[in-house]
Design a protein around this ligand. Structure first.
Ligand code: DX5
Ligand code: ZN
Length: 218
């Protein structure tokens, strides 16, 4: 049994965008800990999703903290917008970041008491993010290629999660293809927080889906 509560962050990428307030309220009622907001710019990933204006509107309609995942080429250019939108975690990708940028972002987020997450794609080796770990509150391990919801979990990332767990004391979040089948695998390898888009939003009973994910920690 885990001592710490396993955190569940449903991704609104799989929600009905025509009624986001209702969708966010539904996961809040169903027991979610965070709202995961997937921001895509059509450059870093081949898809465009939502930006800071929608993020700010969601913030006004929920008590849940916002976990903002920036899948964008230029996180520095848009950072203030997502700070002002009310993010509680802002995650940037290591594939578009150098150490000086990460230090600059961390300093700015610290001033606003926002956590910094660093993410890396399935094909990016752990060695690429080692130098960033001292500045990260959270590492988001992508378990699918970013860009789309509803893809299958890539089990090849499991050894990366367990190697990361040995060298990183902060929060390990895993994102992509998380279901009641894959959640126990990532938790056994050291994950603290699970993102789930289609598994939660497509479920008939969202509270049950969240509970099933949470039980992966037991
Ligand atoms: C993928 C996003 C994920 C995605 C998860 O680029 O970062 O957050 O929405 O969706 P599922 O859980 O359906 O794989
Ligand atoms: Zn995400």
């Amino acid at each position: 049994m885990r001592k710490k509560k396993l955190l569940i962050a449903p991704s609104i990428l799989s929600a009905d965008f025509s009624c986001l307030e209702k969708e966010v309220n539904s996961i809040q009622k169903a027991g979610a800990d965070w709202v995961h907001v997937d921001v895509m710019d059509g450059h870093f990933v081949p898809n465009i999703s939502i930006g800071s204006a929608v993020t700010a509107s969601i913030k006004k309609r929920t008590k849940l903290p916002l976990d903002v995942h920036l899948m964008i080429d230029d996180p520095w250019f848009y950072l203030d917008d997502f700070i002002n939108a009310g993010s509680s975690i802002i995650t940037v990708h290591c594939e578009v970041s150098c150490l000086s940028l990460i230090k600059k972002i961390k300093a700015k987020l610290d001033k606003h008491k926002i956590m910094l997450g660093i993410s890396f794609n399935p094909a990016t080796p752990l060695s690429k993010i080692k130098k960033f770990l001292a500045y990260a509150d959270l590492v988001l391990v992508m378990s699918v290629n970013p860009g789309f919801g509803g893809q299958s979990f890539m089990p090849g990332v499991l050894p990366k999660i367990s190697r990361l767990r040995k060298i990183f004391k902060g929060i390990i979040e895993v994102d992509g293809g998380i279901t009641d089948q894959t959640a126990p695998l990532v938790v056994a390898n050291g994950a603290d927080m699970l993102v789930a888009g289609s598994y939660v939003f497509k479920a008939k009973n969202r509270a049950r889906a969240i509970e099933r994910l949470r039980n992966a920690g037991n």
